[in-house]
Design a protein around this ligand. Structure first.
Ligand code: NCD
Length: 309
């Protein structure tokens, strides 16, 4: 049962619970009326201390489609955080007004802290360069729907694997599926942090390789997960400028890949996927954004207990 639970990182839900969410999301996709009005009278608070387009709007769209209401802020300057209020106090207050809250914060661990002070479910919409578990639900659902399963896949991650929180969450989640192999493609300065390599992959004996060449490995991939270089997490602009165009997926590179490859990207895209790739049927990142709304509807309905999952 997910009712009343927090969702801070992918490991908070079992595979069976995650599968339950995917089943619900698929029912919603097939039948636009399913769960409609199920959250009437419920309030979602969105606390965004960092910019967002898809995550915040898809959560709000999800709640509105379920018949509930939304309140919140989209930048910290408009909340009392700018007056020096602690996160704990903000969260305790918001829990008085809302039935569930979704929070994005630049500090690693912020969502965990919020979950300790909140009487209503807290959903992590990104804590610094750490985790982004609802993007992971989106990514897993996209892979499952478009590839048919989550087992036995070779998944390549390309770009900023150091600061990319979507990468950390998805790698951790994929490590739970049998037969998965991971290929990490990044410049050495932007490689996957040790808490994923040692803390998850080595501990669970998950096969993985690290390389700096996309061309060399693209032919062996079932899924390619492209990411943007996370400018806001760099300590100096020169490093960002040097690394920002390390990888650009274009038609020539796609020609080396399998016919049934799928290319995901959490978005926003900056330069790392050339526009000419958008027309390739293997490019599924805008479909992915749509799956994000369905799975967030399933998540909100489940955490609020209006459906049993
Ligand atoms: C991602 C994020 O915020 O981590 N965006 C998203 O939620 N879809 C990826 C990014 O900002 O690069």
């Amino acid at each position: 049962m997910l009712r009343g639970r927090h969702f801070v990182e992918p490991g908070n839900f079992s595979i069976a619970e995650t599968d339950g969410l995917f089943d619900l999301a698929s029912k919603i996709e097939e039948d636009g009326n399913y769960l409609r009005e199920s959250c009437r009278g419920k309030v979602l608070a969105t606390l965004f201390f960092e910019p967002s387009t898809r995550t915040r709007l898809s959560f709000e769209a999800a709640m509105l489609r379920l018949g509930g209401n939304c309140l919140g802020f989209a930048e910290p300057g408009s909340s009392s955080a700018s007056k020096g209020e602690s996160l704990a106090d903000t969260v305790r207050t918001v829990a008085c007004y809302a039935d569930i809250m979704v929070m994005r914060n630049p500090k690693e661990g912020a969502a965990l802290l919020a979950s300790r002070y909140s009487e209503v479910p807290v959903v992590n919409a990104g804590d610094g360069g750490h985790h982004h578990p609802t993007q992971t639900l989106t990514d897993l659902l996209t892979i499952k729907r478009l590839r048919g399963n989550l087992e036995g896949l070779t998944v390549g991650f390309c770009g900023d694997l150091k600061f990319g929180r979507t990468v950390h969450s998805l790698a951790k989640a994929l490590a739970r599926y049998p037969g998965v192999k991971l290929v990490f493609i990044s410049p050495p300065e932007l490689s996957v942090p040790d808490y994923i390599i040692t803390g998850v992959l080595k501990r669970e004996n998950i096969p993985y390789t690290e390389t700096d060449s996309l061309e060399k490995v693209i032919a062996g991939l079932d899924v390619l997960y492209m990411t943007r270089v996370q400018r806001e997490r760099f300590f100096n602009e020169e490093d960002y400028i040097r690394l920002k165009d390390s990888y650009i997926l274009n038609r020539e590179k796609m020609a080396l890949a399998r016919e049934n490859l799928i290319v995901l990207h959490p978005l926003p895209r900056v330069n790392e996927i050339s526009r000419e790739v958008d027309a390739d049927p293997r490019a599924v990142y805008f479909k992915q954004a749509k799956y994000g709304m369905y799975v967030r509807m399933a998540l909100l309905a489940s955490l609020l207990g209006v459906v049993s999952c």
